[in-house]
Design a protein around this ligand. Structure first.
Ligand SMILES: NC(=O)c1ccc[n+]([C@@H]2O[C@H](COP(=O)([O-])OP(=O)(O)OC[C@H]3O[C@@H](n4cnc5c(N)ncnc54)[C@H](OP(=O)(O)O)[C@@H]3O)[C@@H](O)[C@H]2O)c1
Length: 325
């Protein structure tokens, strides 16, 4: 089985290679692709060196699956070509996520959608949306969903290698060259991720709203997010407030969260922390509380590794499901 990885040198692409190794993904040939800047570089995967190429027509021929994580522009250009050349594309960018002909999948929530892919492209959701919807799906199964408010605390690796480099340079006392952030990130929090729209919402906030609705299959669900970049290396955190359709006593909410695949409910002295999930695939939920004033409203906290479950692992899970078909 031949596997292409576009964006193989990036923060998500490198994590994909690691996750593929760990999960013994049944590929025996790798086609690592990146920008022309990386052409000729060597990547070690499964104990062998693989030469990085830049994408060009014909490169996906013979590949069964192509994992894309090289940004929206590259995905818009290369995903249809890769599909034409016979590969099923699992795309990490936002380019295809809202296309009605492209399923948007978190396997624990809507794996069945993977089969409905007329373009032969399956989209991997936004990193914060992935960890949020797994918790929302648990609550939805128990009591339905009426309204969701989410405030995110997103790590610098969500902005790729440049985001990590900016934090590291600033922590070392230097000025970050080529920082993807609008302000210094060390010792700061920045309440803006992605371009700001005329409406006042930022792009990341719109992604969380639109993508959560599509994944959950609830196009009318009220969802509002405030997205904040924080000086954490890896691991996004979300403070979520959910209004349910039916009453959901705390004990029943706990049981629903415990029953959800991919999720771990953490209670007691230790709260779920982003540092503790860095390098793991699990989504942890904690700080579960019933609203003191409003009926049918719960508050909780969700953390996950944005490079793994928020990107690479979710994409590899989708690819595994495609191979199982
Ligand atoms: N970071 C996250 O938490 C996260 C989560 C979910 C989804 N995503 C999405 O995943 C994608 C990659 O993110 P990242 O964080 O890994 O970014 P990154 O660290 O900046 O990596 C970008 C990758 O794209 C490659 N690339 C850039 N220009 C290219 C070109 N013209 N042709 C071919 N390859 C090109 C880069 O190659 P070079 O090394 O040669 O420049 C690199 O391999 C983005 O679409 C992002 O939105 C990221």
């Amino acid at each position: 089985m031949r596997l292409a990885v576009l964006g193989a040198t990036g923060a998500v692409g490198r994590t994909m290679l690691r996750v593929l190794e760990e999960r013994r993904f049944p590929a025996d040939a790798l086609v690592p692709l990146a920008s022309p800047r990386s052409r000729g570089a060597k990547l070690v995967w499964r104990g062998r060196e693989w030469r990085v190429e830049a994408p060009e027509p014909g490169v996906f021929r013979g590949c069964d699956v192509a994992l894309f994580s090289a940004g929206g522009e590259r995905s818009r250009e290369w995903a249809p070509r890769a599909a034409d050349e016979g590969a099923v594309v699992v795309d990490n960018s936002s380019a295809w996520r809202l296309d009605p002909g492209v399923p948007l999948v978190v396997p624990e929530v809507n794996a069945a959608r993977i089969r409905e892919r007329p373009r032969n492209i399956v989209a991997n959701p936004n990193c914060a949306a992935i960890q949020l919807v797994v918790a929302l799906e648990a609550i939805r199964r128990a009591a339905g969903l009426r309204r969701v408010l989410a405030t995110t605390f997103q790590s610098v690796s969500g902005a790729g290698q440049k985001g990590i480099a900016a934090l590291e340079a600033e922590l070392a006392g230097a000025q970050a060259q080529g920082s993807p952030f609008a302000a210094a990130i060390a010792g700061n929090v920045i309440p803006c991720i992605g371009p700001r729209r005329e409406s006042g919402w930022n792009e990341e906030e719109q992604k969380i709203r639109n993508e959560s609705r599509k994944i959950l299959g609830l196009p009318g669900l009220a969802v509002a997010a405030t997205c904040v970049r924080v000086p954490v290396r890896i691991g996004h955190s979300i403070a979520a407030t959910v209004e349910t359709e039916q009453p959901l006593p705390l004990e029943a909410a706990r049981a629903a969260l415990r029953a959800m695949p991919g999720l771990e409910l953490v209670e007691g002295a230790h709260d779920p922390l982003p540092r503790d999930v860095a390098g793991l695939d699990v989504i942890r939920v904690g700080r579960l509380r019933a609203d003191p004033d409003l009926p049918n409203v719960l508050h909780f906290w969700v953390v996950a590794d944005n490079l793994r479950k928020g990107a690479a692992t979710n994409a590899v899970q989708i690819a595994e499901q495609i191979l199982r078909e």
